[in-house]
Design a protein around this ligand. Structure first.
Ligand SMILES: Nc1ncnc2c1ncn2[C@@H]1O[C@H](COP(=O)(O)OP(=O)(O)O)[C@@H](O)[C@H]1O
Ligand SMILES: [Mg+2]
Length: 323
């Protein structure tokens, strides 16, 4: 297994969804949910993915875990092409990458005790019973669920506790890479910080690598090493968190940051407001997809799609007129 190099390498990844059929059974074209995306995530790194609702964040996260199949392009995990794996190879690789989503608790079987919910992935993997029990208890403890609560049922816990249990379940198979898809947005603002800090502690303790999807730019600033900004299926800017927040180069990133709430404890309601309607991913604008809302667009912007190009150390931007 390669020990150098990034843990995750995404290359020219695309996902088209067939458009819904209309009343006459005619399909209305394809939705380009992810369109030619390439980036790496280093070992132990947190890459945040931000952008308005519908821009393709969840689709990209699911492609990277191979929960859905890509239209084209590749995702490599530890130097191995995940998109090409099949059968037993894929089955054995799966425990290494996991998803934590917005409301993990809502997917729990209400009739299962939480210890069984957390243990289930280990049972599926065929781990011995004695080992399973120890691991479940120690993980529940790591996420802050007391030993005397493990025989209770999901409804006996608060939303924040259920999210902690969901995190324990995602970690029980000893994964290396986790997609956290809006992991705290369903939670009360007063407890979001605790769960975010828990995720950061677990990352350090277990050496995890995160793709952290969020529309809350305050949370993103707190957790991430680098940030990728997505607009209508494409990455328009990518860079180290401090650099990107202090010196945003893309007009879309600047608009997102300008819409960020100023008050410290104020959670960001979805989505960050940027003037103008988001165009449809079914019929994306020609050239730069942002040109229809861009305050500095020129003629070339509607004709040529800009590619992600270096804009300083580790910083990349896809814009004909980067600021
Ligand atoms: N299973 C699906 N079938 C058809 N279209 C989909 C499907 N999932 C997502 N989409 C479309 O793909 C685009 C991106 O969606 P999504 O990845 O959920 O965005 P985000 O997570 O950024 O809000 C949207 O236009 C959405 O309607
Ligand atoms: Mg989403």
């Amino acid at each position: 297994m390669a020990d150098a190099g990034p843990l995750i390498e995404v290359r020219n990844l695309k996902k088209n969804f067939p458009g819904a059929a209309n009343a006459w059974g005619k399909s209305s074209g394809v939705v380009q949910a992810v369109s030619d995306v390439s980036f790496d995530i280093g070992r132990g790194e947190t890459l945040a993915l931000v952008g308005e609702s519908g821009c393709g964040k969840s689709t990209l996260g699911r492609l990277m875990l191979r929960l859905i199949e890509s239209t084209s392009g590749t995702v490599s995990f530890d130097g191995r092409d995940l998109t090409a794996m099949t059968g037993e190879t894929l089955r054995r690789a799966r425990p290494s990458f996991q998803l934590i989503f917005q409301d993990s608790g809502s997917a729990f079987n209400p009739r299962m005790r939480i210890s069984d919910i957390v243990e289930e992935p280990l049972r599926i993997m065929g781990r011995p019973a004695a080992e399973r029990k120890d691991r479940v208890l120690s993980l529940l403890q790591s996420v802050g669920i007391d030993r005397n609560m493990v025989d209770r049922f999901p409804h006996e816990f608060s939303g924040g506790q259920r999210q902690r249990i969901g995190i324990a379940r995602a970690l029980v198979s000893d994964p290396k890479f986790i997609v956290c898809d809006e992991p705290v947005s369903a939670l009360d603002v007063s407890i979001q910080g605790q769960v975010v800090n828990l995720l950061m502690d677990l990352q350090r303790d277990f050496g995890l690598t995160y793709l952290f999807v969020s529309h809350d730019l305050r949370v993103v600033r707190h957790v991430s090493d680098r940030v990728a900004v997505m607009y209508l299926g494409g990455i328009v800017e990518l860079g180290p968190v401090g650099e990107l927040y202090d010196h945003p180069r893309h007009p879309y990133t600047r608009a997102l940051l300008a819409a960020m709430p100023r008050k410290r404890r104020e959670a960001q309601a979805e989505p960050a407001f940027v003037g103008g309607e988001i165009p449809s991913a079914r019929n994306p604008p020609s050239g730069c997809r942002f040109h229809t809302r861009c305050p500095i667009a020129q003629q070339v912007c509607s004709q040529q799609r800009p590619v992600l190009e270096p804009a300083g150390a580790e910083h990349q931007v896809a814009c004909h007129f980067p600021g």
